[in-house]
Design a protein around this ligand. Structure first.
Ligand SMILES: NC(=O)c1ccc[n+]([C@@H]2O[C@H](COP(=O)([O-])OP(=O)(O)OC[C@H]3O[C@@H](n4cnc5c(N)ncnc54)[C@H](O)[C@@H]3O)[C@@H](O)[C@H]2O)c1
Length: 496
C-alpha cells in the first residue's frame, strides 16, 4: 500500500497553534470544547490533543462512508461507522466488505484488529460517542430528477434526537446547493443551540469507485466550506497527514464545486462521444484523437474515452440535479443539457450501429459487463444494464450477461422491473468456457481487465456468428480479427 497512503503533511498555522495548546496532555482521543461564541451557532470547535486524533462518527457505511471511515482510522482517528442497515453493520464488524472495492477489505481487517474502527446500528451510540459527525448517506435522484434528501433528513434527525453536547456536522454526501444552510436551519428548529451548539461544514467527496483508496489517500484537493472558521480548521485538520491542497470557501461555493466538477466531467465524456460519432463517419481513430488532444495540459487526457456513455451513482444524478436547480432559477444550462442528451442517446447510436451489421431481433447476445465500470460491483445507472434493456425491447431471443460480480439474474438491478416475457429472456453466464455458445453477437459494456484474457479463440468457434461490438474500445481489435472475429468498436479509424 506504499504510495497509496501518501506521505505529505501540509498544515496551516491554525493547526500548529492548536497543537501547542494541546501539547503535553496524554489524551489520545480526548477533546475539549472551546467556549461558546466562536461561530454563528455558538462554536463547537474542538481543542485537539497533541497526537492529532479525535473521535469521529461516519454516518452511512456505503462506498463513500466506509472508505472515508477507514481512511480517517488509518490517519489515527478513533472511528465509529454508523449505518441504519444492521446486517451491513454486522458484516463490517466481522471484517466483510458489503460491496466490492480494491484494497478496502484488507484495510478493514487491519483497522478492526487495531481497534481503530467499530461499526454500529445504534443511533444513540453513534451520536454520543463523537463530537465530529460526518454524514455520507446516499442522495439519489427522486422520480422527478431532484435529489432525494430523505436519507440526509433522517440522519440529521437522528443527530438532533440524541445530541448530548456540541457537535460539528460534516456533510460529505453530495447535496444540492443550499442544503448545508438548510441543515443549519433544521438543527436550529430541533435543537437548543445555546446548550448544544452545532456547526455545519461542507466537505464534498471526489473519490472514484474502483480507485477509492488511492483517491482518498492522494486527494487532488480538499474542499471545506463553512461559516465558522474554527469548525473549518477542525475539518481541515482531520486530514492532516494527507498530501492534499485545501480550498476553503462558503457553503454554496463548496456545494457548487462538487456539482460543477461532475457536470464538467460528464460534459467532457459527452463531447468525445459526439466527436466519435463524426469520427466514425470520416474514418478518424477517436482513441488517437483523444490521445493527441490530451497531450495538451489545458485539455488533459482524463474522461476522454469514447464509448457507450457515462453511468454510475454520481454523474447522471448530479447532472440532473444541476439542471433542475437551473430550471428552478430560470437559468439555461444549455451545454449541460446537451451533454445529458448526448449521453442519453449514446446507447441508441451504438445499438443502431449494431443493427446495421445484422438485425438483432431473435438473436442471442452475450453482454460483457453489468457493473457501471470496472473494479466495482456498483450497478447504479449502468450503461450495460441500459443496453440490455434496449436489446430486450428490440426483441432479442436471449440476453446473456457475464460479469465477475454477478452470479444470478436476480442480482441485476434493472432500471425498472422487467415484464415477465423479458425476464424469461435474460440469463447469466457463470461458466466462462461456455458463455459464448451459440451467440450471434458479443457486446462489451464494461472494461474489466479480465475481459482481455477471455477464451476468445475458443469463443470464436463456439459462437453462432463471431461478431464483437466493443462499447469501450477496450479490446485488441487486431488480435481479435486474427482469431476470426468481426470487430466493431467506437470510431476506431480506417487504419484498423
Ligand atoms: N459512490 C461514489 O463514487 C461517490 C463519490 C463521491 C460522492 N458520492 C456521494 O456520497 C454520498 C454517498 O454515496 P455512496 O455511494 O456511498 O452511497 P451508498 O448508497 O453506497 O451508501 C449510503 C449508506 O447510507 C446508509 N444510510 C441511509 N440512511 C441512513 C441514515 N439515516 N443513517 C445512517 N445510515 C444511513 C445506507 O444504508 C447506505 O449503507 C452520495 O451523496 C453520493 O452522491 C459518492
Amino acid at each position: 500500500m506504499r504510495g497509496v497512503y501518501g506521505e505529505g503533511r501540509p498544515e496551516g498555522a491554525a493547526v500548529e497553534a492548536a497543537d501547542r495548546e494541546g501539547a503535553g496532555r496524554d489524551l489520545r482521543f480526548g477533546y475539549g470544547v472551546r467556549g461558546a461564541g466562536a461561530g454563528t451557532t455558538g462554536g463547537a470547535a474542538i481543542v485537539w490533543r497533541r497526537r492529532r486524533s479525535v473521535n469521529i462518527t461516519v454516518i452511512g457505511s456505503g462506498y463513500v462512508g466506509t472508505t472515508t471511515a477507514l481512511v480517517l482510522a488509518k490517519l489515527g482517528h478513533q472511528v465509529i461507522g454508523y449505518d441504519v442497515d444492521a446486517s451491513k453493520v454486522e458484516r463490517l464488524n466481522r471484517g466483510e466488505l458489503p460491496f466490492r472495492e480494491p484494497g478496502l477489505e484488507e484495510l478493514l481487517h487491519e483497522l478492526l484488529q487495531d481497534g481503530k474502527i467499530v461499526f454500529t446500528a445504534d443511533g444513540r451510540t453513534a451520536v454520543t460517542s463523537s463530537q465530529l459527525l460526518m454524514i455520507s448517506v446516499g442522495t439519489p435522484s427522486a422520480a422527478d430528477g431532484n435529489a432525494d434528501l430523505k436519507y440526509l433528513t433522517s440522519a440529521i434527525d437522528t443527530i438532533a434526537e440524541f445530541i448530548d453536547g456540541p457537535k460539528i456536522v460534516i456533510t460529505k454526501s453530495t447535496v444540492p446547493i443550499g442544503t448545508n444552510r438548510w441543515i443549519k436551519e433544521r438543527f436550529a428548529e430541533k435543537v437548543d443551540l445555546t446548550k448544544t451548539p452545532v456547526d455545519v461544514v461542507s466537505n464534498p467527496e471526489f473519490l472514484r469507485e474502483g480507485s477509492a483508496l488511492h483517491d482518498s489517500f492522494q486527494p487532488s484537493r480538499t474542499i471545506v466550506g463553512g461559516d465558522n472558521p474554527l469548525a473549518v480548521e477542525t475539518v481541515k485538520r482531520l486530514y492532516s497527514g494527507l498530501p492534499t491542497t485545501y480550498y476553503t470557501c462558503d457553503f454554496e461555493t463548496a456545494e457548487m464545486i462538487k456539482y460543477a466538477s461532475n457536470g464538467f466531467l460528464a460534459a467532457k465524456i459527452s463531447f468525445i462521444n459526439e466527436i466519435a460519432r463524426l469520427a466514425e463517419e470520416v474514418g478518424a481513430d477517436i482513441g488517437g484523437v483523444a490521445r493527441g488532444m490530451g497531450m495538451d495540459p489545458r485539455i488533459s487526457s482524463h474522461h476522454l474515452s469514447a464509448g457507450i456513455g457515462y453511468g454510475g451513482s454520481c454523474f447522471p444524478k448530479d447532472v440532473a440535479e444541476l439542471l433542475h436547480l437551473a430550471n428552478r432559477k430560470n437559468v439555461k444550462l444549455s451545454m449541460l443539457a446537451e451533454a445529458k442528451r448526448v449521453n442519453d442517446t449514446q446507447i441508441d447510436w451504438f445499438v443502431e450501429r449494431m443493427q446495421a451489421v445484422a438485425p438483432l431481433k431473435g438473436q442471442r447476445v452475450l453482454v460483457l459487463g453489468v457493473a457501471f465500470k470496472e473494479d466495482t460491483d456498483d450497478q447504479r445507472e449502468s450503461p450495460g444494464i441500459r443496453l440490455m434493456e434496449r436489446l430486450l425491447k428490440l426483441g432479442v431471443r436471449e440476453v446473456r450477461a457475464f460479469d465477475p460480480t454477478v452470479r444470478a439474474v436476480d442480482e441485476i438491478r434493472w432500471t425498472k422491473p422487467l415484464g415477465k416475457g423479458a425476464a424469461k429472456r435474460v440469463k447469466v453466464a457463470t461458466d466462462v468456457e461456455r458463455a459464448a455458445d451459440g451467440v450471434h453477437a458479443v457486446v462489451l459494456t464494461t472494461p474489466w481487465k479480465s475481459f482481455e484474457t477471455l477464451p476468445w479463440k475458443q469463443w470464436a468457434t463456439a459462437a453462432a456468428t463471431p461478431v464483437v461490438f466493443d462499447g469501450r474500445n477496450f479490446l485488441d481489435d487486431v488480435a481479435l480479427r486474427g482469431l476470426g472475429w468481426q470487430y466493431y468498436g467506437v470510431a476506431r479509424g480506417r487504419g484498423r
